[in-house]
Write a protein that binds this ligand. Structure first.
Ligand SMILES: O=C(O)CCC(=O)C(=O)O
Length: 411
């Protein structure tokens, strides 16, 4: 069988001459020189220490640039430099016969490049991480039965399931035609739950998103995780964890207190997951109804929301139409019309102006007296349900069990 290094080197240009390195003058010539040296080392027999050292210097210099000022102002050239640094580090780690630990380090390095860098060489880091992932084997089999038990327990960890008032329930409709959805819901901007439109997704059929499955396609991948009860809380933060670490710590609750001081729940809530892990994207499909929008598919943002029972997204509004599809577990959701914004007390700061200050299920009636007067709709979203949240409609979400939802933001 071909060695790991031969598979990786097959995805690299055949020689130094074919390996293009071009940067604008935003990148100092001393850094370009370091990049050229790494490229030369890739095709020669230099010691592994000097290859690693050179790659690390490129990573350190570009990391500093990525973390200076606001993210929006970081020049893309520096994100490309960072990606090249990741590529050279991965090459250095995987040359020869890498240990399991070195392969895992290489996976993490690719993920950092995918998350923080910019695509280089037709997204070579994506190709390499695929090769690396097939090399990583799940070491502990036999845990599965035990995990199912633990997930079952985690599912019932938060027993507070609100009973839905029928008069306030979001209407449900089975597979409406495009025309009927457009006339009755999209144009008048009315929320509705669409039933039966995602039953064909592999995520609900051939590849149900069990803990075991998520570990097998994404366990060793590094992803950003939100830690804290709500993003409006003072101690809310973001961290990087592998999907396995996230599942152990926040879904199965193993050693959580000793690892994060018990700061609250962890939520894997992010828009890059499906680009980073294409296997998961293949398990879902963009709802046909999105074709009623004006943008093409490239303009649809697909978000993953994976977390334990009790994860709360505070009442907020977004600037696009949304299909929130429930894949695993259930969620309690409240919806308020944008017409009632004045009764919802949005935060005053620019950063949080789309978020209400009110704790929906435990409102401070003294501070927010108008809130009780705001009419709302509510529902419990079950696996297979897709909730249409019209643009700017305020939504509050609390997961009732371990839950995985996918949302599609479209215009
Ligand atoms: O499911 C959640 O926790 C939040 C979903 C959401 O806010 C969205 O899709 O915009």
């Amino acid at each position: 069988m071909a060695s790991l290094w031969s598979k990786i080197s097959a995805s690299l240009p055949v020689n130094e001459e074919q390996f293009q390195l071009q940067f604008s003058d935003k990148v100092e010539s001393s850094v370009v020189e370091m990049l050229r040296r790494s490229r030369q080392q890739l095709y020669s027999d230099t010691t592994s220490t000097s290859r690693t050292l050179n790659a690390q210097i490129i990573l350190d210099i570009s990391w500093e640039r990525l973390n200076t000022g606001t993210w929006r102002d970081v020049d893309k050239e520096w994100r490309r430099v960072y990606s090249y640094g990741c590529l050279f580090k991965v090459a250095s780690l995987c040359r020869g016969s890498p240990s399991e630990d070195e392969i895992l380090q290489a996976v993490r390095t690719c993920d950092m490049g995918l998350l923080m860098g910019a695509a280089i060489m037709e997204n070579i880091l994506q190709d390499i991480v695929k090769i690396l992932q097939s090399e990583v084997r799940r070491s502990s089999r036999g845990e599965d039965e035990c995990e199912h038990m633990q997930v079952k327990r985690a599912r019932t960890a938060d027993p507070h399931v609100p009973s839905i008032n029928e008069e306030l329930a979001v209407p449900r409709i089975k597979c409406p035609s495009l025309e009927s959805f457009s006339t009755n819901y999209l144009l008048p901007l009315k929320p509705v739950i669409l039933e039966g439109i995602i039953n064909h997704w592999p995520a609900l059929n051939t590849h149900p998103w069990s803990i075991d499955y998520l570990r097998s396609v994404a366990g060793c991948r590094t992803v950003p995780v939100e830690v804290g009860s709500r993003y409006t809380d003072e101690d809310w933060s973001q961290t990087l964890l592998t999907v396995n670490e996230f599942i152990d710590r926040y879904i199965l609750n193993k050693n959580r207190i000793s690892q994060d001081g018990g700061k609250g729940v962890g939520y894997l809530a992010q828009h890059q997951l499906f680009d980073q892990i294409p296997e998961l994207k293949e398990d879902i499909c963009i709802p046909d109804y999105c074709c009623l929008g004006e943008g093409d598919e490239d303009h649809i943002t697909i978000n993953a929301w994976f977390g334990p029972a009790g994860t709360v997204s505070p009442l907020h509004q977004d600037p696009q139409q949304n299909f929130l599809a429930q894949v695993v577990g259930s969620k309690y959701i409240r919806l308020y019309s944008p017409e009632d914004t004045d009764k919802l007390y949005p935060h005053e700061s620019q950063l949080l102006h789309n978020t209400s200050q009110v704790e929906v299920e435990n409102p401070d009636t003294q501070r927010f007296p108008e809130f009780a007067k705001a009419p709302y709709l509510e529902c419990v979203l079950q696996p297979g349900d897709v909730l249409f949240i019209p643009v700017k409609h305020w939504h509050y979400v609390r997961s009732l069990e371990v839950s995985f939802s996918v949302s599609f933001w479209w215009s």
